[in-house]
Ligand binder design. Sequence first.
Ligand code: G1P
Length: 297
Amino acid sequence: MKRKVTKAIFPVAGLGTRFLPATKSIPKEIMTLVDRPLIQYAIDEARAAGIKEFIFVTSRGKSALEDYFDHANELEAHLRRNGREDLLAILKTTNMDSGAIAYIRQHKALGLGHAVWCARRLVGNEPFAVLLPDDVIAGDKPCLQQMVEVYAETGGNVVAAMEVPHSKTSAYGILDVKEDLGALVSVRGMVEKPAVDAAPSNLAVIGRYILTPAIMRNLDRIKAGSGGEIQLTDAIAEEIVRSDNVYGFRFRGQRFDCGSKAGFLQATVAFALARPDLRDEFSQFLAEMTAVRRAAE
Ligand code: G1P
């Protein structure tokens, strides 16, 4: 019997240097798409997939994240006095059951693999999910939920995958495909940020993973890889050699790279257009802006 995946790790220790000066005093995960912080999207996705325990791997300067998931008693009392049940309902989505959320500090920025490894004692001998909040995925069925369903069939390790332009392969973990079954691919190898001419394919790993506890044991041992950092990709690649149980999964949905300014702006536009209360006014504005730009050219 495959164990249910109920624990998820959210690596949120990064410095967010690409968004300076904004990230000088706020964690990048608190930056908002329309009116919800990036981290809220990841949490909602995890909840939809049946995750019950949320493990944040943080670093210095991330306390705003802890406050975000806390009850805001004064604010809530104020809203209650004013009969703002609508806003109270929105705030409820930010609250966590007591004991459902844990914060672990990554004391040194040694890479994504190291960040995940920091949570090993909380994960124990269970399968677990990893969600990178920079990757925001819009879709009818949340990406991690799709993956949990696939995992119920395959077991092993399942990583989200998506075709990217060949010229961009050096920015991702790239899969070496053994057998392409459509949505699911079995994997012969995985390389972190290969040189473009050395990339085994253009199928890239996107920031959603369902992993076996063996990955933590691999992380105990592996040495620094690409960029001098301990890479999660390398720990998963080791499992291919050992157990041959690693799958790429082409999820259904649109992924936004909110770790980049262009991606963040694209996500902002897409989510604003998806909102019934903003759609009309905002699309009219976009049409006007596009017309102005065309006229200027
Ligand atoms: C991380 C992973 C990489 C993956 C990417 C997806 O890289 O190391 O394998 O393809 O996320 O967004 P980062 O973007 O943190 O450099």
